[in-house]
Design a protein around this ligand. Structure first.
Ligand code: HAM
Length: 430
């Protein structure tokens, strides 16, 4: 076994899989752009307080899962981003972007880091694509981000995903609900686990998020947040649902849905895939009108967004056979050198072909003809172009169609002319 292994919870993506990522990323780019979202790229690490304040100190992410480090003994604590929303909001506030345009529609594809116990579908380094709509969180805005997310799934050909929604109400709704939850759980304080006991005081809503099997029955009997919503919150939620119905987006209402991050208010949602096993959440999001103020903004910034786990998305696509037609691009022509004295001449030809945007490959290791032909076949090249003494002398090269074995003699100019017309073998689109 080699001395160095990838760190547990991280993984390598080799070319065949990278082609799948690119394909998915292409669909995300195209749809985000169609919906008017522009790409944002933010740093991979931020000051730790950003996540503590933004995501909430009683959440699992902040309490247990952050990769936090001190850059130097007197430095401020830094954390590898465990999610994007707080960083995107920080970037928008810091650069006062809302002064130039009241609404910003941003999307991203990037790496995240959470110190979770690795298992299928759960890594310590993973990727998300997501979108954040900042400056407005009307029902139309909420429905817009949900529609974009569902359209990505639809365009990729995914089926059988379940969208669940809940309303977490506004701040007042949640304050009333918080009291109701404390009243409900307090008599059972003795049977609560340590984490839930702590949450009972600080943030009882988080108890509902507990995965502890011993608490599930108790949690199931807890009051429903929905019963504490005021009329405006209910109306807003209903409006979101009516947009989804108009767009034929199927959903279930799940009154127990609480997301793992504290910044949400009103509509929150999650998408699950039955193909994924225990870690079945493929994406989620919601409104987060309070985040900007939590991060010190003097103005309210209503906002809504979602993020989808790329690895889980790709796993689901794989299980549904959606990648069968996608492969890395093959070269169009493989230049085969018959005599090594002609290798430099062949290389010059390769660059002529490439300069004409013809995808060309050549063996750089000066191997035998047989080995070169093997490579041409392994890389699934469409043509082999032979460079031998006769070819060199006459200026006419033998071009072989590797699928039909047909062979013709052509000048380099004629080869260029012929192959320029043919596109390189594109991976087939779904
Ligand atoms: P989240 O639910 O924490 O939300 O993560 C979104 C998705 O990222 C999950 O549904 C899952 O697919 C994927 N994911 C999370 N943790 C892991 C992991 N350890 N390994 C693999 N995949 C993982 C957020 O991050 C929010 N920022 C979403 C959002 C955007 N809300 C508003 N705007």
């Amino acid at each position: 076994m080699p001395q160095y292994q990838a760190v547990k919870g991280t993984r390598d993506i080799f070319p065949e899989e990278a082609a799948r990522w690119k394909y998915v990323e292409g669909v995300v780019d195209a749809l985000a752009s169609l919906y008017g979202f522009s790409e944002i790229r933010i740093p991979v690490f931020e000051y730790t307080e950003l996540f503590q304040r933004g995501i909430g100190s009683t959440t699992d992410i902040v309490g247990k899962e952050m990769f936090t480090f001190l850059p130097d003994p007197n430095g401020r604590s830094l954390t590898l981003r465990p999610e994007m929303t707080a960083g995107v909001m920080r970037a928008v506030l810091q650069n006062n972007l809302l002064a130039s345009a009241p609404v910003h529609k941003l999307y991203y594809i990037g790496e995240l880091f959470r110190k979770e116990r690795p298992q299928a579908g759960r890594q310590r380094q993973f990727s998300q694509f997501g979108a954040e709509l900042l400056g407005v969180s009307s029902a139309a805005a909420v429905a817009e981000v949900i529609t974009l997310m569902m359209e990505v799934f639809r365009s990729l050909g995914l089926h059988g995903l379940k969208l669940r929604l809940n309303s977490l109400g506004d701040t007042d709704d949640r304050l009333r609900y918080r009291v109701a939850l404390q009243d409900y759980f307090s008599p059972f304080a003795d049977i609560l686990d340590e984490a839930s006991k702590e949450r009972l005081e600080k943030n009882p809503l988080r108890i509902l998020d507990s995965k502890n099997p011993a608490l599930q029955e108790l949690i199931a009997g807890a009051p429903k947040l929905y019963d504490y919503l005021n009329e405006v919150s209910v109306h807003d939620f209903e409006k979101v649902l009516s947009y989804l119905r108009q767009r034929n987006i199927a959903f279930d209402i799940d009154y127990r849905l609480v997301r793992g991050l504290d910044y949400y208010c009103n509509t929150a949602f999650e998408v699950t895939s039955s193909e994924l096993g225990a870690q079945d959440a493929i994406g989620g999001g919601g409104r987060y009108d309070g985040l900007a103020r939590e991060l010190g903004s003097s103005a309210d910034v209503p906002a809504v967004g979602f993020a989808v786990g790329m690895e889980r998305l790709l796993m689901t696509m794989e299980k549904q056979g959606l990648f069968e037609a996608i492969a890395p691009q093959s070269p169009l022509v493989y230049v085969v050198v018959q005599q090594q004295e002609l290798a430099d001449h062949a290389l010059q030809m390769v660059y002529r072909l490439r300069n004409a945007a013809i995808k060309t490959e050549i063996d750089l290791a000066a191997r035998s003809m047989k080995a070169q032909m093997r490579e041409a076949n392994r890389t699934k090249a469409s043509y082999a172009l032979f460079v031998g003494a006769t070819e060199f002398a006459t200026g006419l090269y033998s071009l072989k169609n590797l699928a039909t074995s047909e062979q013709t003699m052509l000048s380099l100019e004629a080869v260029l002319e012929l192959l320029r017309e043919l596109p390189a073998r594109e991976p087939l689109k779904l």
